[in-house]
Design a protein around this ligand. Structure first.
Ligand code: ASP
Length: 343
């Protein structure tokens, strides 16, 4: 679908962030939708060079996933490839560039789900695996479990031959400064606010990455990878590695990846709720995703967004924050990216 068709589809539906694939979707109806986190993303705060970097990296991620789908690869492979690009980029809160815990460490979470089998895998609280999404996939495919945590997950990933890195691989100055600022404002909110105008722009606190894909065989997959929330303590784990909250996929309904305040996404079982509204309520993927994000989560006070894709290639990217890094690519291979509410 080209940009004009997308605009027409968007106008016709009158639903922000929702797109419909043309009727008569064929076997080659491959689609990939990605997000790079939702939060206070405002054009007025975004240096032009940083915006260019975000757009370019989202395009690179879309192209990586699309290349897999275009050569007949699986939706799981496409999701993994798209997420690798964002995990390796310091721009996003996943892999390199992940936020820091209160103790100054990076504890990463990820999950993946196969819509054709409802197999799933997840890791939580890992600090030495370069690509946590691949560790989640290894848990799904090479163990009888769904979720592994901490040291055990790291041992498993090492044994499975995944790439292991020194914890310093994940360190970035921007995120380190963000932690110092959080700690400072915890200690003295007034003093921290006074200095705010002098600071260089910091990346949004949120910034998880995720992908949902439909392959040429009509199978869906979803994946999510994150550093969690800045200044998290006591082994806090958010929604991203939790199947049904941060990630869900079932060919019968949809594939979903969430981003936002994880505690709300867990309590509202956000990703699965989109699928449940489709299955039991007969809602379209657009209506279901919008209901969860703009109605249920918003009323509860949970900020964030989701990307959701059905097996016909219809998708939605709703968020109740100022912006969400996001993008999609269809069979024609033209990448589309957006950052703010208005684009
Ligand atoms: N949902 C993630 C978490 O709570 C954070 C995010 O999406 O940015 O860990």
């Amino acid at each position: 679908m080209n940009r004009l068709a997308a605009v027409i589809a968007l106008a016709g539906l009158m639903v922000p962030g929702a797109f419909a694939q043309p009727a008569g979707a064929s076997k080659a109806n491959i689609v990939l939708v990605i997000h790079g986190g939702a939060g206070t993303i405002l054009k007025s705060n975004m240096p032009a060079e940083l915006e260019r970097e975000y757009r370019a990296k989202l395009v690179e991620s879309l192209r990586a996933g699309h290349a897999v789908l275009a050569r007949g690869g699986s939706s799981l492979d496409a999701v993994e490839a798209a997420i690798h690009v964002m995990e390796d980029s310091p721009l996003f809160n996943a892999g390199k560039g992940a936020v820091f815990t209160h103790d100054g460490r990076n504890e990463l979470d990820a999950s993946i789900m196969d819509g054709s089998t409802r197999n799933a895998g997840a890791v939580a609280g890992v600090g030495i695996i370069r690509h946590p999404i691949s560790a989640a996939r290894a848990v799904m495919e090479k163990s009888k479990h769904v979720m592994l945590t901490g040291r055990g997950a790291e041992l498993f990933a090492t044994r499975m031959g995944l790439e292991i890195v020194d914890p310093s691989w994940f360190w970035t100055e921007r995120r380190w400064k963000q932690l110092q600022r959080e700690i400072e404002s915890e200690r003295s909110p007034a003093a921290a606010a006074l200095h705010d105008s002098e600071r260089e722009p910091v990346p949004p606190k949120l910034g998880t990455v995720g992908a949902v894909a439909l392959d040429a065989r009509g199978h869906l997959a979803a994946g999510t990878s994150t550093g969690g929330t800045t200044n998290k303590r006591w082994g806090r784990v958010g929604d991203s590695p939790i199947i049904g909250a941060g990630t869900f996929a079932d060919d019968a309904t949809c594939a979903v990846s969430s981003t936002g305040e994880g505690e709300y996404f867990i309590r509202w079982v956000a990703a699965y709720d989109v699928a449940a509204l489709m299955e039991y309520g007969g809602l379209s993927v657009e209506a279901a995703a919008n209901r969860v994000v703009h109605d249920k989560l918003k009323k509860a006070g949970g900020s964030g967004g989701v990307i959701a894709l059905d097996a016909k290639g219809n998708f939605a990217m709703p968020f109740n924050t100022e912006g969400m890094y996001r993008g999609w690519i269809g069979p024609d291979g033209t990448p589309h990216v957006a950052l703010y509410g208005e684009d």
